[in-house]
Design a protein around this ligand. Sequence first.
Ligand code: ADP
Ligand code: MG
Length: 381
Amino acid sequence: MTHEQLFGATPEGHWSAPGRVNLIGEHTDYNDGLALPMALPHTAKAAVSRRADRRLLLFSGWMPEAGPVDLDLDALAPGTVTGWAAYPAGVAWALREAGHDLGGLHISFESDVPVGAGLSSSAALEVVTALALSDLFDLGLAPAALARLARRAENDFAGVPSGILDQMASACCTAGHVLRLDTRDLGLRQIPFAMALEGLRLLVVDTRVRHAHADGAYAARRAECEAGATALGVPALRDIPIEGLAGALARLPDDTLRRRVRHVVTENDRVERVVALLDVGRAREIGPLLTAGHASLRDDFEVSCAELDLAVSASVAAGALGARMTGGGFGGSALVLVAEDTADATGTVRAAIEDAFAAAGHHPPRVFEAIPSSGAQRLPV
Ligand code: ADP
Ligand code: MG
């Protein structure tokens, strides 16, 4: 159904915001740490038209049978909207909470970001809404401000306690770059990642698995990180430098806490080491850091699963430079870096992953190629 068919109104504009993969820097964003995401070519798109009244009508092609969700702009409050509409409605709520004046709207969404695959389909939906509303109501919000509002929508309205990585990536990434994100001060640096030039390809392996205990485990990891920081007397684990790791571990009484802290501290260091290599044009050498990051998430942080581990081990065995889970874990997606030095090296790695999944009796994964793409933008008419 088109926007016109749904709402009897012509869109005043079209906007898009991408999903993301995080090259390295996982479970660091709630520890004031570092991450290195890039935008996917997959986006959520919004067509928007204003209404004369104060109703918010939301439609998604992902759930067409449900029809438009009809909400009262003035009655939006945390807990009042359930299901997918909480993400865009939460953005309208967060904008109003920040003192911005909005009017009624029709918004229709179409997205090709895989949903629930650890590729930030939820942030894409929030950020595209925030950008469209900022433009339509002349709010002039900068990308980082859009990301903060989108995160507020996800945390405080939809009730999902995520960090700021996904929203910053969707709002601030630029084509051809990875984004060095410092989640403490939201400091940003765009780092060229000229994959084609260097003969590199990046595969995303969506395992299509989402384990049920993911949400509880995520909350538990956050609590463990906070406990670690408290025990070490620092505001956040970000404040433990890699040189101070051994000393910090010696001061922790508990083995689980020690492993959680070790993941966060070594992961921040891996981000810096990947950045240092990219800065001097040595992108081909980042592979082992990616694979080491996976081992740390698997063994120290314990957020991987059999399918993700298999995607990593099968691709590395088939000649990939490196591979790791990306996103929160417990299912979702892995990324695989391949050097296209021999004819169809990427096809060989992809076949190895698919064969390994079949042999293990896992559901076939969805494998696609990622190139560093644009962040949120208004689309030409
Ligand atoms: P991820 O962000 O990794 O894809 P989440 O669990 O954070 O996974 O977000 C998935 C949720 O976001 C979906 O269950 C749905 O509520 C919402 N969502 C994502 N994309 C869409 C879409 N195109 N239309 C409607 N809701 C969507
Ligand atoms: Mg999400």
